[in-house]
Ligand binder design. Structure first.
Ligand SMILES: Nc1nc2c(ncn2[C@@H]2O[C@H](COP(=O)(O)OP(=O)(O)O)[C@@H](O)[C@H]2O)c(=O)[nH]1
Ligand SMILES: [Mg+2]
Length: 586
């Protein structure tokens, strides 16, 4: 843009716009957009410093080159070239006509037409060209253009490929003007009107707003040059429709309108880019929704497992406690039945008392405890295995599903997710397959035994937890009650027996309570610890997956907010354009 013609406000805005757009471009670098897309914005920003740019597009053979020639007033551009040799050609001002072929896809033509001091025109090979070089047009020039002149031929107005192309440029937020060329081949004014109506209707449908439509005959306009007089020339040019189009470009599209289009152009490209990023974000968000569900359900399984353990462990431990209570009850009964006068002679025989105590009170306590502890261990091992199965199953289902539904050419994030599901699922399956119930139970049994032997009250000694506990219970019971050392009782006399019995029972009760509390505390904390470490083992195996998914969720959400913020920035710029466009009234 020729900045000397701009007001201070317009200049300031322009600087501000460039800065904002560059910021947006920088922010978008981490968004996985294609280099081409980013380049488009880069170029659209650069284009702010260039002349107004009209890009002429349309199908091959629609008469684009002929139309530009008609405007130039001479055949500068080659017409009727084959699609394979066509080039994108930039037409710009020069004192003399010249052509510079830059490469096989691009050429620069200069011409002294005064209008070219204000704008550049790009001639394109054609929208239906299946040539890679021609993609250059869409990828390079359309995003840069400030106005698109869309040329369709009157003999095949708005073909399918032209419609598709219209949709594409619409997405860039471009101003589009439609030219129906070759109007000379239509029989009369009526059919010309019909074609125009058809094009207008269809284009309005595609663009969502009514575009300017011009019917012209480039051929007629070109022929005008051959006319004898200037008056004749003018009337031929007018009849060709070219004058109306030229007037539109020079008058309707005055400096202010062009400035507006120019200022808006990169905003449209930016919006397009943001929409692309938003699409990307949306589809990724949709893609991870399955993983979020799975990740939540895995966490739910673990939480459930924790809750079940917390709820089921106490009643199972209570069963062990009941064995101890049985022991105590039998002990109390035994003391009642034994420490009495009628048994005074037996009380003097410690071996007999000891044997009786073992037979009646100790009884099967060792086996009972072993049985309860074993079933507790089995329960825990089963439950543990069960939750591993659940987790493995859920992961396997997701794995199978992801193989079916995830795109084959996936983004790095999709690849990473697939990888994580695979590796976590494989690891967990391997653990489940190698899971040896018996070994796990033995190990847990050994831990329980170890914890119990580490307590001051029980200590080491017997083999097996039941035997250990039974031995300690019995030894302590005999110690505290003193009944095996009660030979003395007989000597002490008859009157002390009731008193001694009461004392023995109390001491027995206290000791048992102490032992019981100690043992239950140890068992409870051991089982809790072991089950927690089992959960943690499982958790640590699924965490690489679940935390990645959570991270992705947070990232996508943050990205989405960034995109909204950036779009807000663009909208704000767009809103402040009208007040910059005050027409000079002089
Ligand atoms: N009848 C008629 N033919 C035209 C007109 N404009 C261009 N042509 C012819 O259509 C063919 C393609 O024109 P050209 O400008 O090369 O089309 P492009 O591929 O869109 O650039 C050429 O043979 C032109 O002479 C027109 O207004 N009327
Ligand atoms: Mg051409």
């Amino acid at each position: 843009m020729r900045q000397t013609f701009l007001t201070n406000d317009q200049l300031l805005f322009l600087q501000n716009e460039k800065q904002s757009l560059n910021e947006i471009l920088d922010s978008l670098r981490t968004f996985n957009l294609s280099d081409d897309s980013l380049q488009n914005l880069r170029k659209a920003i650069d284009q702010l410093d260039e002349l107004f740019l009209i890009v002429v597009v349309g199908e091959f053979n629609a008469g684009k080159s002929a139309l530009i020639n008609a405007m130039l007033g001479e055949k500068v551009l080659t017409e009727g070239v084959t699609p394979t040799t066509a080039r994108v050609t930039l037409v710009r001002f020069g004192e003399m006509v010249s052509e510079q072929i830059v490469d096989e896809g691009f050429a620069i033509v200069t011409h002294p037409l005064a209008l070219l001091k204000e704008l550049n025109i790009v001639d394109s090979p054609g929208t239906n060209a299946i040539n890679r070089q021609h993609e250059r047009l869409t990828n390079e020039y359309v995003p840069r253009s400030d106005l698109v002149l869309f040329v369709t031929s009157a003999d095949r107005p708005l073909t399918d490929s032209e419609r598709l192309f219209l949709e594409k440029i619409l997405a860039w937020g471009k101003k589009i003007v439609i030219v129906i060329n070759k109007s000379d081949i239509l029989e009369d004014a009526q059919s010309s009107q019909e074609v125009e109506n058809f094009v207008r209707e269809n284009a309005t449908h595609i663009l969502g707003a009514q575009p300017e439509v011009f019917s012209v005959s480039a051929r007629q306009a070109q022929k005008a040059v051959l006319a004898a007089s200037e008056i004749e020339q003018e009337s031929l040019r007018a009849a060709s429709g070219i004058i109306a189009l030229e007037r539109y470009i020079t008058e309707t599209l005055d400096d202010i309108s062009r400035l507006e289009l120019k200022l808006r152009n990169p905003l449209g490209v930016g919006t397009h880019l943001l929409a692309e990023a938003k699409n990307h974000n949306d589809s990724q968000t949709r893609e991870i929704s399955e993983d979020l569900t799975l990740s939540a359900s895995l966490e739910g399984m673990l939480a459930n497992y924790r809750n079940e353990l917390a709820a089921e462990l106490p009643p199972r431990l209570a069963e062990v406690e009941n064995v101890l209570n049985g022991f105590e009850n039998r002990g109390q009964d035994y003391l009642d039945n034994t420490m009495k006068l009628t048994r005074i002679f037996d009380l003097a025989k410690p071996d007999k008392i000891k044997a009786e105590f073992q037979a009646e009170v100790q009884a099967d306590v060792a086996e009972e405890i072993d049985g309860k502890v074993r079933s507790l261990i089995d329960w825990l091992v089963d439950k543990d295995l069960n939750v591993w199965y659940q987790v493995a199953g859920a992961l396997e289902r997701r794995q199978a599903q992801s193989q079916r539904t995830m795109p084959t050419s996936a983004s790095p994030q999709t690849e990473r997710r697939r990888q994580l599901i695979d590796s976590v699922s494989t690891t967990i399956k391997a653990i489940v397959n190698q899971y040896d119930r018996k070994r796990e139970a033995e190990q847990l049994g050994a831990f329980v035994q170890e914890s119990v032997t580490q307590t001051a009250l029980f200590g080491a000694g017997a083999v097996g937890i039941g035997a250990l506990v039974a031995t300690v219970l019995t030894t302590r019971a005999l110690d505290v009650t003193g009944i095996v050392t009660a030979g003395a009782l007989a000597v002490l006399g008859l009157f002390v027996i009731p008193y001694k019995r009461k004392q023995a029972k109390e001491a027995f009760r206290d000791k048992m309570a102490e032992l019981r509390e100690n043992l239950m505390k140890t068992l409870s904390s051991t089982f809790k610890r072991e089950s927690e470490s089992a959960i943690q083992r499982l958790e640590s195996n699924i965490t690489p997956y679940t935390s990645y998914i959570q991270g992705e969720k947070a990232r996508l959400q943050a990205d989405k907010e960034t995109l909204e913020k950036l779009q807000g920035q663009l909208d704000e710029l767009s809103l402040s354009i009208p007040k910059l466009l005050v027409r000079d009234r002089h």
